[in-house]
Every structure is written in structure tokens, then in C-alpha cells.
Design a protein around this ligand. Structure first.
Ligand SMILES: [Zn+2]
Length: 64
């Protein structure tokens, strides 16, 4: 057996995570990212939706 260090792959791009700290806690659990960029992108893509808010912004905006 080979000795494997605890490594995780970036949940966004799949690159091995070498630096701890870029993590997010989501419904799926703790997510790890290789860099702050991936972390913020993941937030934008997956965590930008209001979960409980039922108010939807109207697309047709009247000019005043
Ligand atoms: Zn990444």
C-alpha cells in the first residue's frame, strides 16, 4: 500500500487541494477548493439562489 496524504480535489475544477482554508459549507457538506477563485465561483453558481424567498423580481421593469 502506498502512503497517501490527505488530499481532496477541488469541488469546482478538480485540481488537488494543497492549501486548506478555501472551503464552503453547503447542503452536501464541506466543500474544498484549490483557490479563492474556485471558491467564489462555486458560490456564485450554486449558492446564489435564495432558498426561502418567494418574492421574485419582476423582469418587466417599467420605465418611469
Ligand atoms: Zn479549483
Amino acid at each position: 500500500m502506498t502512503t497517501v496524504k490527505y488530499t481532496k480535489n477541488c469541488d469546482l475544477c478538480g485540481v488537488a487541494v494543497e492549501i486548506k482554508g478555501f472551503t464552503l459549507t453547503s447542503e452536501k457538506g464541506l466543500l474544498s477548493f484549490c483557490c479563492a477563485g474556485c471558491q467564489s465561483i462555486y458560490q456564485l453558481i450554486y449558492m446564489n439562489r435564495p432558498s426561502t424567498d418567494t418574492h421574485q423580481p419582476s423582469i418587466n421593469k417599467e420605465e418611469n
